[in-house]
Design a protein around this ligand. Structure first.
Ligand code: HEC
Length: 221
């Protein structure tokens, strides 16, 4: 009796082995990716900042530094650049603990006042109002709000806007007064500044360009 030749494609064992290999390979890949991602999103610390190590999520003391948003030819989108020291509410020497406390107050205030109900933060939230992920870098603070609020620094102008938004309307939609206290406002500004320093792979897209258009419109009003 001659043995019938069976094609490998119809052989059950071939498919069982293949399934085993593919599952095993995917599991290893997923575990590796999980650890890689965790390393990438781990918050940096003060030493990284002092040594010029660019972490995707810089430590809280990034509020002691100037943050710029520049186009990277290599990556094809804007990336945050952490520059020289810069005063934030009159100081550029916040310790890790002090800066962390400010961010904590800001984060709690953003949750209590539910900013996400209208705004988007790091991809989460609503699109009723401007995306806040890079709001600290909005040129409008210098171009429009400094003059409107009569304050001498950007951080004071943002805090003033947050405490009395209805006094400084610039868009068709207005932000309601949320009874934000002075301490909460400082925390929220620190929170916004820290968030803008996070490398979000250029998201939200066209942030700079969009704001230029908004500013032109504001200028014509
Ligand atoms: C009920 C909706 C609503 C809520 C809640 C809200 N906002 Fe707003 N916000 C707006 C609108 C609308 C604007 C645009 C108003 C303008 O620029 O005149 C705005 C503008 C802003 C801006 C200016 C953005 C820019 O780049 O010009 C900041 C910063 C801001 N909001 C922060 C916050 C924070 C922080 C919270 C939470 C504590 C918050 N908002 C909660 C509606 C809201």
């Amino acid at each position: 009796m001659s043995k019938r030749t069976v094609s490998v494609w119809t052989d059950n064992r071939f498919w069982m082995r293949s399934a085993g290999w593919v599952t095993g390979f995917s599991a290893v890949l997923l575990i590796w990716l999980t650890f890689d991602t965790m390393g990438q999103i781990q918050m940096g610390n003060d030493n990284d900042l002092k040594n010029g190590i660019a972490k995707r999520v810089p430590g809280p003391t990034v509020i002691n530094y100037n943050i710029k948003y520049e186009f990277s030819e290599k990556r094809g989108h804007e990336v945050p650049l952490i520059g020289e020291k810069e005063k934030f509410f009159g100081r550029d020497d916040y310790s890790e603990e002090e800066a962390g406390k400010l961010l904590h107050i800001g984060k709690l205030a953003s949750q209590v006042k539910n900013c996400m109900n209208c705004h988007t933060l790091l991809g989460n939230g609503a699109y009723y109002a401007p995306d806040l992920t890079k709001a600290w870098l909005d040129p409008a603070w210098d171009n429009v709000y400094l003059g409107m609020t009569g304050k001498s620094t950007k951080e004071e102008a943002i805090a003033e806007f947050l405490m009395h938004p209805s006094q400084y309307p610039t868009h068709a939609r207005m932000m309601p007064d949320l009874k934000i206290t002075a301490d909460e406002a400082i925390g929220l500004v620190a929170f916004l500044k820290h968030m803008s320093s996070i490398d979000t792979n250029g998201f939200p897209r066209n942030f700079g360009k969009k704001n230029l258009v908004v500013n032109e419109k504001r200028g014509n009003q």
